[in-house]
Design a protein around this ligand. Structure first.
Ligand code: NAD
Length: 495
């Protein structure tokens, strides 16, 4: 079967290469985490499909790269409009495929998908002014030129949102794209491919190769024709991608995992602190930015813990399609087992489970209960490694300096959240925290113009606004000699 109807939405399960649907001999199953139902057999690409997609993207680049930013923006704005018109099928499909909340997809995630496309198309037109200045009479020009075929590899926790946050600027910059969506939630990428066609994107400008990382992903990242690789995923996989890219010196942008702190100072508004801490369970903890380490100043720790436990006990876990549900399932049974493994080892290490710590079997094997771990010994795995499930830890500290040391005490540096009533204390923390993004008394506010990325092992590079174009484009400096042009059109150069 080349098409399948999922949640009332018909989607093609084949690859999208060079403006055509392409089959593979093998398929892989897509299983819904909501109820474990096998919802689709998706065509499974490898080196052959990867080669075809990079060939298509290379061929299309010659023409697409010569379109003006204005011409590209016309098609990309149309694509954003189509995403908005298809918001409901996209939301339904994504929820069925990856188990995230339907209401989040409807109200936040899918509108953001459209914004990812429109914002960068507009940015290329309105903000990428080519600066010109003079150096000893010479004219300096700077331009952001298209760079070539770009491979984008994404994880399953927010598949289409994370993909379009790269597809938007890459296409707006004049690159062509090959997307490798995640094997645990591949379906919206295929639906999106149809929208790119309807929008009028020329054949080969956008391609989708589905499949597993070691097969399709490895083939794409080792192709010497690829000009840019944008990878979002885990640190171990990033090391494999970096090795493959190193062979060809292909520039990479890495957005990786986190173990971010939520620092709650003793002058914080406790209600706000509890609200922000509870938010860290969003998407069943499958959020790279989640501030999963609650670091609470000793003098308010008991009061905070009491209110937090009360609120956590009221969290409604259930079917992500229900409007009332706050936390849905985790993506895959292998992932649930991985989360359980972290909890079991934490207990062996001496930590205690304040609540949760197991699957909610009333709901099904994918629904790991919201969990809080306390008393984990310093340096233990649960305090160092990313769990990527609904698991928070709580630690206390006495002085602000101690809190800062705890906050910076992992190999990650993606984000941090600081809750305090004092601007001075906030500024002092923010100055010394090592993180790509810091929120003070708020969480998850993300402006597409702002830089985004991770410090330490959380990533390499920044994207967002101009930072995206600095990566996807080839930034060029052209210098004209000062002597003017003779009547034959030749410049006499610097003498
Ligand atoms: P993962 O690293 O297992 O897989 C990510 C993608 O890489 C998938 O599409 C996979 O097929 C592909 N892949 C696997 N092996 C590959 C290889 N050898 N070559 C090329 N591609 C390969 O990660 P995951 O489990 O899908 O996602 C969870 C991780 O993603 C977490 O660590 C999370 O923090 C991170 N993440 C980071 C951000 C961010 O913006 N920093 C956003 C979301 C998720």
């Amino acid at each position: 079967m080349d098409t399948v109807t999922v949640a009332g939405v018909t989607v093609d399960t084949r690859h999208w290469i060079g403006g055509q649907r392409v089959s593979s001999a093998d398929t892989f199953p897509s299983v819904s985490p909501i109820d474990g139902e096998h919802i689709a057999d998706v065509h499974r690409g490898g080196p052959v499909e990867a080669d075809a997609a990079v060939t298509a993207a290379s061929g299309a680049f010659k023409d697409w790269s010569r379109w003006t930013p204005q011409e590209r923006a016309v098609v990309l704005r149309k694509l954003a409009d189509l995403v908005e018109e298809n918001l409901e099928p996209l939301a339904q499909l994504e929820t069925r495929d990856n188990g995230s909340l339907l209401r989040s997809h409807r109200r936040g995630v899918m509108p953001r998908v459209a914004m990812n496309i429109r914002f960068f198309a507009d940015f290329a037109v309105e903000q990428l002014h080519h600066p010109v200045w003079e150096t000893r009479g010479h004219e300096n020009h700077v331009s952001w030129d298209p760079s070539g075929p770009t491979v984008i590899i994404t994880p399953w926790n927010a598949p289409l949102m994370l993909a379009t946050w790269r597809i938007g600027p890459a296409l707006a910059a004049g690159d062509t794209v090959v997307l490798k969506p995640p094997e645990w939630a591949p379906l919206t990428a295929s639906y999106f491919a149809d929208l790119t066609h309807q929008a009028g994107l020329p054949d080969g400008v956008f391609n989708v190769v589905q499949g597993f990382g070691p097969e399709a992903g490895a083939a794409l990242t080792s192709d010497p024709r690829v000009a840019r690789i944008c990878f979002t995923g885990s640190v171990p996989t990033a090391k494999l991608v970096a090795k493959a890219a190193a062979e060809n010196l292909t520039p990479c942008s890495f957005e990786l995992g986190g173990k971010s702190p939520t620092v709650i100072l003793d002058d914080a508004d406790l209600d706000l602190a509890v609200d922000l801490a509870i938010e860290q369970y969003d998407n069943a903890g499958q959020v790279c930015l989640a501030g999963t380490r609650l670091l609470v100043q000793e003098s308010i720790a008991d009061a905070f813990a009491e209110r937090f436990a009360e609120r956590a006990s009221q969290i409604r876990q259930g079917d992500p399609r229900d409007e009332e549900t706050q936390i849905g399932p985790n993506i895959h049974l292998d992932h649930v087992a991985r989360v359980q493994g972290f909890i079991d080892r934490a207990v062996v290490d001496g930590a205690s489970i304040a609540y949760g710590g197991e699957v909610n079997t009333d709901l099904g094997p994918h629904y790991f209960r919201p969990t809080l771990i306390r008393n984990a010994p310093a340096g233990s795995e649960i305090l160092r490694e990313e769990v990527f499930g609904p698991v928070l830890t709580m630690q206390t500290f006495t002085t602000d300096d101690d809190g800062l040391e705890l906050a910076n005490g992992t190999d990650f540096g993606l984000a941090a959240c600081v809750v305090t009533g004092s601007r001075d204390r906030a500024e002092s923390f923010c100055k010394h925290l090592v993180a790509g993004t810091i929120w003070v008394n708020c969480f998850f506010v993300r402006d597409l113009a702002a830089p985004f990325g991770g410090s330490k092992k959380s990533g390499i590079g920044r994207e967002g606004g101009l930072w995206s174009f600095d990566f996807y484009a080839d930034v060029k400096n052209t210098v004209y000699a000062p002597n003017g042009w003779n009547k034959d059109g030749r410049n006499e150069g610097t003498k």
